[in-house]
Design a protein around this ligand. Structure first.
Ligand code: TRP
Length: 332
């Protein structure tokens, strides 16, 4: 199939193992997009330094992340997978964009305020300019679409502003990129206790990782929060129940889902049975991904080679952009 000419880019920080929220919220879309667009997916290792000063696990995290991305559906022969830190054009562009980013708007960014609250002892300038580095990631390939979750929309909006300011001041170099999601919208995977999204770092037992062994998956599902069941027909599901149904809709058959929907609506649901079924179906789904990721992870030389090839392709695109940028700025 002939791909669209538009450029798609997204990135992920190497700060932990991938979970179902990452898979259904991001990776699955990326895997589909790679066949439709010119796609760049990268490991945001520089970004991780804003919150993870200790870099001892950076390399192993990167290797496991790339392994999981590939096991989860990215094909390094179809899309470009690279580490941010291999592309030195990014910090050069970051420097130029920093002159177009104002202290006031950076301080107002929601993610900045949150992280500053979480690490008051380390509110570094990198944290403040995090969205500028992200804009450089995006603009360095003159990207059109950026598939990201809701929490990143403000960063994309800022990227659009920086691109417009640059184009306006120095001449048009950048397309103004858009946040992207397939029209079916983003799937939100809830934490197993129903409090917010599944997340990488918090509450390990409420998050299902792609690396979880079969019995751990069963254990987590069986202890997920439920209640005594609805007291009247066709009730609204509480968040923690809705979350289990979402998982069921993603990994179980249509018949299984319909049966438990029906049981719920008729107040005869047995959550124990539903969870047993969900655990079986989740294991069937995760096991092949986990095994493929483990095999890749045990062959770091292969991952290095994939990243080297990706970096080469990414550098080609980035250096073409930077030569336009330098020209527009008036450097030779
Ligand atoms: N900030 C993103 C996150 O936390 C990661 C990221 C860095 C990114 N650079 C990017 C995402 C560029 C999209 C495009 O999830």
């Amino acid at each position: 199939m002939e791909k669209n000419k538009e450029i798609v880019l997204s990135g992920i920080r190497p700060t932990g193992f991938l979970h179902l929220g990452n898979y259904f919220g991001a990776l699955q879309n990326w895997a589909r997009m790679q066949y439709e667009y010119e796609c760049y997916f990268f490991i945001a290792d520089w970004h991780s330094l804003t919150t993870h000063a200790d870099t001892r696990e950076l390399r192993s995290n990167t290797i496991s992340l790339v392994s999981e991305l590939i096991a989860g559906g990215l094909d390094p022969d179809v899309c470009t997978i690279y580490a941010q830190s291999d592309i030195l054009e990014i910090p050069e562009l970051y420097l130029y964009l920093n002159m177009l980013a104002y202290k006031g708007e950076l301080e107002k960014t929601v993610t900045f305020k949150e992280k500053a609250r979480k690490q008051p002892e380390n509110i570094n300038a990198g944290l403040l300019t995090y969205p500028v580095l992200q804009a450089a990631d995006i603009l360095v390939h003159r990207s059109h679409f950026v598939p990201v979750g809701k929490d990143q929309e403000q960063h994309i909006e800022m990227t659009r502003n920086f691109a417009e300011r640059f184009n306006h001041r120095y001449g048009t170099v950048f397309p103004v990129p858009k946040a992207f999601s397939y029209s079916d919208g983003l799937i939100k995977i809830l934490s197993l206790d129903g409090t917010g999204k599944m997340s990488k770092s918090e509450q390990q037992m409420n998050t299902i990782y792609l690396k979880d062994e079969d019995d751990l998956i069963t254990k987590k599902i069986m202890r997920a929060k439920t209640d005594q069941g609805p007291q009247s027909p066709n009730s609204k599901k509480p968040d923690y129940i809705e979350g289990l149904f979402t998982l069921l809709s993603l990994v179980s058959s249509a018949e299984v889902l319909a049966k438990y929907e029906d049981d719920f609506n008729h107040c005869r649901i047995r959550y124990g049975d539903m969870k047993k079924q969900l655990a079986i179906d989740l294991i069937r789904f995760i096991k092949p991904i986990r095994e493929k990721a483990a095999a890749l992870q045990n062959d770091p030389a292969q991952i290095d080679e994939i990243l080297a090839k990706g970096a080469e392709k990414a550098r080609k695109s980035a250096s073409a952009t930077l030569s336009e940028v330098r020209k527009a700025l008036g450097f030779k």
